[in-house]
Design a protein around this ligand. Structure first.
Ligand SMILES: Nc1ncnc2c1ncn2[C@@H]1O[C@H](COP(=O)(O)OP(=O)(O)OP(=O)(O)O)[C@@H](O)[C@H]1O
Ligand SMILES: [Mg+2]
Length: 254
């Protein structure tokens, strides 16, 4: 079985400043991985590099998604191939309703795959069903994307996007920050509902409590742009107790 995501010795940065320094990570289909690590260790950068955000340059190493090199694919090709990123800070788009945004994204992906677009009625039905399952009010679909949404509402909305797009690999950056305990559970349930034998998930988080609800298969510690330790869910519990002190300064210049 080939890995869904296979990152080898990845070096990447912004404006010539290195941020990822030889990062390696492999996610098999069906697996949920968590990345924890101190502020500034490069977690969000990893998610941006994977999704192909402008300004992030790969200088060495490889990122294979389903056997294809991500570096050779434009951001939209990556989305069409089934890569989804939920941002740490979701974008606000005044003038575009949440519904329009979701529909445009989904249809662009379907078109890119050579499949039929979804008609308005089916789309509305699906969006309502998925948003209710996440405890969201229908009104949220009619509002402008993320404009005036509370922190928790934005995060739920990211999970809604993922539920609609059904990616092969979902990357969630700090989806737990700013969530109250009920919202945290709802989001975790949304993530758990998307677990599937052919889907992988990469959850970036600072909080062990999220991992009580989303049981990861593998937990990684990231420091100074590298994965410095990997283990099972018990690693997250250890980190909660001991902090990152022992890992700081651990990464070597690879
Ligand atoms: N566009 C950029 N320009 C300059 N420096 C950047 C840029 N993006 C990231 N960095 C730097 O790279 C480092 C890693 O940032 P990143 O956002 O990936 O950390 P993180 O692990 O996600 O942190 P946090 O836990 O606070 O979210 C930081 O020192 C940051 O300042
Ligand atoms: Mg971050």
């Amino acid at each position: 079985m080939s890995a869904l995501l296979d990152i080898n010795n990845l070096h990447a940065g912004v404006d010539g400043t290195p941020i990822l320094n030889g990062l390696s990570l492999a996610i098999q289909p069906g697996e949920v991985h968590a990345i924890m690590g101190p502020n500034g260790s490069g977690k969000s950068t990893l998610s941006y590099v994977l999704s192909g955000k402008d300004g992030y340059e790969v200088s060495d190493g490889e990122m294979l998604f389903d056997g294809r090199s991500l570096a050779d694919m434009a951001p939209e090709e990556r989305a069409i191939a089934g890569l989804f990123l939920a941002f740490q800070y979701p974008l606000e788009i005044p003038g575009v309703t949440n519904m329009t945004f979701l529909k445009t994204s989904l249809n662009a992906i379907l078109r890119g795959r050579g499949e039929d677009e979804m008609d308005a009625a089916s789309f509305l039905r699906l969006a309502r069903e998925k948003s209710r399952a996440l405890g969201m009010n229908d009104e949220m679909l009619k509002r402008q994307l993320n404009v005036g949404f509370s922190g928790g509402e934005k995060k739920r909305n990211e999970i809604l996007q993922m539920a609609m797009l059904e990616p092969k690999l979902g990357i969630l950056d700090e989806t737990d920050s700013g969530l109250d305990i009920d919202a945290l559970k709802t989001v975790a349930e949304g993530v758990n509902a998307l677990r599937a034998p052919d889907r992988g998930m990469l959850v970036i988080t600072h909080y062990q409590r999220l991992l009580d609800f989303i049981k990861p298969d593998v937990v990684h510690v990231m420091a100074a742009g590298q994965i410095v330790k990997s283990g099972g869910p018990e690693l997250a519990l250890e980190l909660e107790k001991s902090g990152y002190g022992e890992y700081v300064g651990e990464a070597v210049n690879a």
